[in-house]
Design a protein. Sequence first.
Length: 200
Amino acid sequence: MKGHVLALSAVCFGTVMTAQAPPRFEWLGSCPVECCGYGATWTALQPVPAVADVPAPGAARTSAPAAFTIAAGAIVHAVTGTLYTIEKGAARVDEDFSTDATLSDFSTRHKRPVTFLAGETIELLAPREKGVYRIMKDGRVVDANLYQIGTPESCKTASARCAGIITKQPVTEWWVMVLNQERQSGWIRSPEHFARAGCR
């Protein structure tokens, strides 16, 4: 518990208080995919186990016994979630480019332009919506639109003009707290096995 509190004192809502990134990040309240939000209903596409507490990030899925199982077709309420960065990724910049980035703090979100120079390595912390990554830039955490870079495969196409290459994707775990119709609460690690209300 003490270590968890210390982690939260270093990282809170995407704002890093020191210039050096810690080895692991916790993104409280993060919903890292498109058409995603908490406070909505999700429908299970297959049986999904829910655990009482989130085990140590990176631990085997079997390390925590299931508190209950959500049946296929069951509707749950998505309360909140936490995204953990287990291993940082990296992108190599081959050409100078600029893009918009958002700096998150406790109350507002400030947009600012950022520039990446050829030869620079971008620290990728977590994927966000399409084309956007949470990254470390100049000692701070920002959400940057990195549409100018791509994977080695995507940059091979004739129409692609990539200013950089993603050499390693970040390793993340996304845990979501849900509440079932029996008023049982638990955490799931397989949000991709749910259809989210309002999304197609």
